[in-house]
Design a binder for this molecule. Sequence first.
Ligand SMILES: Cc1ncc(C[n+]2csc(CCOP(=O)(O)OP(=O)(O)O)c2C)c(N)n1
Ligand SMILES: [Mg+2]
Length: 784
Amino acid sequence: MLKPATTDIDALRTLDERLRWLSAWTIHHANHVRTSDDGLKVGGHQASCASMTAIMAALYFHALGPNDRVAVKPHAGPVLHAIHYLLGSQSREALENFRGFGGAQSYPSRTKDSIPVDFSTGSVGLGVAITLFASLVQDYLTAHDWLGEQDRGRFVALIGDAELDEGNIYEAIIEGAKHDVRNLWWIVDYNRQSLDATSADRMFERFDEIFRSCGWRVVELRYGKRLQAALDRHGALTDWFEQLSNAELSALHYQGGAAWRTRIKAELGKKAAVFLKQYDDDALASLFTDLGGHCMETVVEAFNAADDDVPTLFIAWTIKGFGLPFAGHKDNHAGLMNPTQLAALRDAMGVREGHEWEPLEGVGDNARTGVEALIDRTRIAREKRSRSFGTVPIPAIPAPSGDEQSTQAAFGRILLDLSKAGGELADRIVTTSPDVTVSTNLGAWVNQRGLFRRDQMADIFAQAKIASAQKWGANNKGQHIELGIAESNLFLMLAAAGLSGDLFGTRLFPIGTLYDPFIARGLDSLNYACYQDARFLLVATPSGITLGPEGGAHQSINPPLIALGQPGLRHYEPAFADELAVMMQEAFRLIDDPAGESTYLRLSTRSIRQVERPDDSWREGGLAGGYWLREPAPGAEAAIVTMGAVMPEALAAWEELKEDVPGLGLLAITSPDLLHRGWTAVQAARWKNPPRNGEGDHSKDGGGGPSHVETLLARLSPTAGLVTLADAAPASLSWLGGVLGQRVAPLGVEKFGQTGSLADLYAAYRLDGDAITEAVAEILLQNG
Ligand SMILES: Cc1ncc(C[n+]2csc(CCOP(=O)(O)OP(=O)(O)O)c2C)c(N)n1
Ligand SMILES: [Mg+2]
């Protein structure tokens, strides 16, 4: 760690002021200067920025090394942009267009911002926790000889104090403790205010205990040097000050010097007389705002002292809106200075009107040299890092053999075969699961490739010669990261490992498994992973009421609908093992393709008879979202349209009905998600809509020709009826009727499941042959 010279401290103070000005001005400009044609409030968080500028100046212009990565508190996004503006890596245009289309994003975004953003933030808590999993991925890569010591860094999260209420943070530190995670700095902007008001009192003491018990070092930056010195001389004042509640403290900061004087006089009387005499009102206000997080020396000292790999929580006391007219006001979260207030701040900061965007405006000639030198020496990346893709050959994945198979068992077999065959892809796969490794069929893979731990963990049961099918020893070459039961952690782990190419230059192929219904438990973390364009394979199994005796608490209904609405995640739902093999191969390809995405496979434990295939012509359609498993006659009046584990019911019904319903087709849907995307993409292309800013078109369609789903359904009569059948919410498939205006009789699960045999459940929930026959009759009758 570099020890700063005194002149550097001065330069850092100047940069702190510049960041406070530029962030406030960027937000002001977007709200009060830029013309608005829709009357919407643009917004921004001047107060949340102002409380962090000293911390961020010290971090970016002093403490950070070139390999360090930071998740910035979402509402301090403008400060990050201001930092890059000073470094010359952010344009004035992007700042002038803050929160505008194509401009600097409101919250730091890896994919949409032009500056290097290490982790997107926005949904509070998630940016914090992903740094922990990124650190774990760093250790994984080092242990596997993919990352040298010289390329390792520290992971930093800048956190709002109210953000610490998010439970996912505690789930993460518990997991981190198990893995002895290190190289983390989490820096809390302890301004004691949330969005609505001031936050609960003295929570820092609780946080302190929680983090320490998880193996963290906790460093509190309560007072700045000036305030500390004053309090040291006046014991009674210290006691009084420390008794102030968060609300009282904030109110006094807002009210200013006269209010401090009145309160102190009233409550300490003579004991404070000597103290009060030393300060006029302005000096008094200034003294009490000298909290740890605003005192450059204090911040720099604390960063310098934490120069090891122990995970460290810094609790830096600050004032929300520090230096701005609404400092400390409980309602200041979204508060914006009005033009008069802004002009006063501008004058106070020595910024000339019309020169607001000058990077070092108001910095005197003497100071300027030091500031420029410090900016030059700053070691953080100034350019957006190039993403690494296309590095790993993806071998063909053969289908596992067997007349009867479940997709879940086939998944385990495919991974086992991949492991045995070896090769680069197999070596780069890292699997992870929240305590359902064995029950999602990852067991054989883990037996082959082992659990990952930095330190050796003996397989005690194996050593004691106790019979077990599952090996459970770990070392630093293992390829499975076992997590506790916290699905949010699973998705954050997948997010971090799915960004390994971007963060560390080495692509991993992360595979996470969990039970399908519990996707919902980690949904925001999953969305967060996709939002950052992390690449992974999510295997959700078992699924649906097909789980039978396990009952309603474990039977998923709506994940296909979730997937239908989730950008960056492709849903595949195979019925047969050969489909699954093709989908896994495609999922690996998509992980390593610049225009790719993540894949969600919805699998089942139901063992079903595999179909005989005359040839491989189904494959292309299977990958595109669907294919005719039983061809309809041209212009046929009816088709059964089915996805996943209920395929045997559809096949049986087709056999039974094919005589009575001439030309009846059976359409196997492998991805409603892809079909829907292809359909809308083609329509957009027809209307010549350009693709949205930066978003890859993941469908194969888009040229204006018919989409895959249109081609499939055009085989039927325009007046045909579709019986859709899925062990999922019926809306997963019923939308297909909208494509060509064909009628639909939707079958699926709309009520919570329960225990029972498959026959019982399929009958009760109308997924059986009778239901299909009735539905076919229904649509034919309607046809008149
Ligand atoms: C998951 C989530 N819930 C709610 C919000 C809305 N929100 C944004 S900031 C905020 C309060 C943040 O307070 P704090 O973390 O203390 O930050 P600061 O005081 O520094 O602005 C809330 C509730 C959000 N961004 N994410
Ligand atoms: Mg706060």
